[in-house]
Design a protein around this ligand. Structure first.
Ligand SMILES: [Zn+2]
Length: 149
């Protein structure tokens, strides 16, 4: 069955960093990818979904909102620092989540998405920090006032 899925899979374009995520790019196997097995071992469907959404680029982040929901008014700035709120920003290259990542996630997302332990740790990070599990809350000034009763 997994080989059939692999045959149907269209890899991301050559300039897309997801193409280098082992969970998507490793050669086909008759078993689930080790990272997938690690994620599944957490037993949380919500966390499992979030990890797979991140790996495929269909997650609650700014790049997805900008590409697929440009007129929806989704918040796209990081609530902590104001930078563009992407998986790479939160999980790899920003200082604002560096303390939370320390000792848990590899420096590069492609390394985290390569191993059983990486899958478990990424799920733990998402749970602990409650990131990418839902759309960002709107900026308080953007919330319309309650109508008068
Ligand atoms: Zn930030």
């Amino acid at each position: 069955m997994f080989m059939e899925w692999t045959n149907d899979f269209t890899p991301p374009p050559a300039d897309d960093r997801r193409r280098h995520y082992p969970i998507l790019a490793d050669p086909p196997s008759v078993e689930l990818h080790p990272c997938t097995q690690g994620v599944l071992s957490t037993g949380s469907r919500k966390l499992q979904s979030a990890v797979f959404q991140i790996a495929t680029g269909h997650y609650f982040g700014a790049d997805y909102s900008s590409k697929f929901r440009p007129t929806a008014g989704d918040r796209t700035d990081c609530p902590r620092c104001g930078e563009f709120y992407t998986a790479n920003h939160v999980l790899e290259d920003s200082n604002c989540y560096a303390i939370e990542r320390e000792g848990l996630l590899d420096a590069l997302l492609k390394h985290t998405l390569a191993t059983f332990t990486g899958g478990q740790k990424l799920a733990k990070f998402l749970h602990t920090n409650q990131v990418f599990l839902r759309p960002l809350d709107p900026i308080p000034s953007d919330i319309p006032p309650e109508p008068d009763p």
